[in-house]
Design a protein around this ligand. Sequence first.
Ligand SMILES: [Zn+2]
Ligand SMILES: [Zn+2]
Ligand SMILES: [Zn+2]
Ligand SMILES: [Zn+2]
Ligand SMILES: [Zn+2]
Ligand SMILES: [Zn+2]
Length: 508
Amino acid sequence: MGNYDEYPYDEGGDGGEGDGDYGGDYGEEGLDSSQSLPKSKKLKRSRSFEVLDIKKVESQTDSILNEIMEMFGIPSKTAASTLLRYYKWDKARFINDYSDDTKQDKILQDAGVTSFELEKTLDDDLIDKPFECLICLEEVSGRNTFALSCGHRYCRDCWRAFLEVAIKSEASCIWTRCPYPKCNELVHENAFQKFTTPALYTIYERQLSRSMVLENSVAKFCPAPNCDNSIFVDRENRRDPVVCDCGFAWCFMCSDYEIGDHTPATCQDVESWKRKATDESENVKWMIANTKKCPACKSSIEKNGGCMHMTCRKEAGGCGFEFCWLCRGDWKEHGSSTGGYYNCNKYDASAAKVEDDTASKTKSELDRYRFFYTRYEAHRDALKIASKQRQETEQKAEEYTKAFRVRKEDTTFLIGATEQLILNRGILKNSYIYGYFLSTKAVPKDLFEFSQEELEKHTNHLSELYEKPIANIPSYDGFMSWRSETIKYTTIVANFRDKFVEAIVKGH
Ligand SMILES: [Zn+2]
Ligand SMILES: [Zn+2]
Ligand SMILES: [Zn+2]
Ligand SMILES: [Zn+2]
Ligand SMILES: [Zn+2]
Ligand SMILES: [Zn+2]
């Protein structure tokens, strides 16, 4: 893939910076060298992705199509967009290939453009002749038929019905092909315009613009709900976070609203974590670890008392078998010689012991997962609270202004504090995913746990500080000292966050 200049960004690109990352990027080699760059250089590097709203996407689609139509004398937008879609909207690669005259025919054929003719017209002498449509088997006059350049001719009513159904399939409507079996000819937009209603045709047009994002290897729609912005990046397979104009930060690779920006965990960690969380078999293993089964009929048995003599109760749907809880052997073989009612000396050598060991290993693995999950969840919830607090800063600022007659400028720290909390909660949340897979990382366990704990402790302290009830602030002076304490802690936790991320990045 090429550099920045080749993509439909609004502002001009700085091609030489094509591999740059924005300031918040982690998980890439060379972070240290970028940190030593002068600030202006770093800012320049920050434009390695671009946010486009849907209107801009539409106008960019149009201008790209016009450009290649002009360049190669392509007669219709339909043909131009069909070709570009085939190239996943990689304009540079298309121009490069198509400039080679010997390749043109093959490209057109592969893309499904068999000719630049929009319609195969009927010879004059056939216009008033009867024609049998192979879809509906009705006989119509030749003038009531239509064929794309491939020549497969059907009656107009069938085309209308066929294309209306196609549009209702939404995104895939732009890939509609001629209804003739195995014909590769794509239906162009003029045909859609001719045979469908204006309202349906608008859907087709919108999908065409969306395809510039959806079928583009360097673009994606923002996954935040109610946001129709898209982000164009400088290279394929970008794994670093991007930030949409709507404020949502997300991993370009995962592109998942729930997950968002998952620094410091890797995409792989997140994928395994999600699989783990939804894995039903975990629950099954949990059941096995917590219940035993009757050795005869396999129904689950719960043990209540301490006695090892068990009866699989018929009233509870069991079989009536009497057995030893420990070794699962027949109770008939038990007695004072095997240890009585409260012990069993056959246990250590039994298959039941092996089974129990596996169950307890499963249980401890499950306990471990729960340990990480509950902490992950706690920070996820705290993140939601911090986001809510961020939204309420204005209201809170007003309360303080009224109560202590402080200047508005003296309340801006509320924004800084909540935004820092959001950042830290996000990092902490994901650090438990990272920590769960720590054995696959190069970061030393004690260093990781130490920095995580520090970050957690100080972040919690900032939360506490921020949530100090207004009733506990006695006066203007009290407000001002609470304010400077909060500002101080905001800086402290920002440093802890940076250090934590740095320690992890080094160990990737
Ligand atoms: Zn028909
Ligand atoms: Zn055809
Ligand atoms: Zn967005
Ligand atoms: Zn990812
Ligand atoms: Zn039984
Ligand atoms: Zn026994």
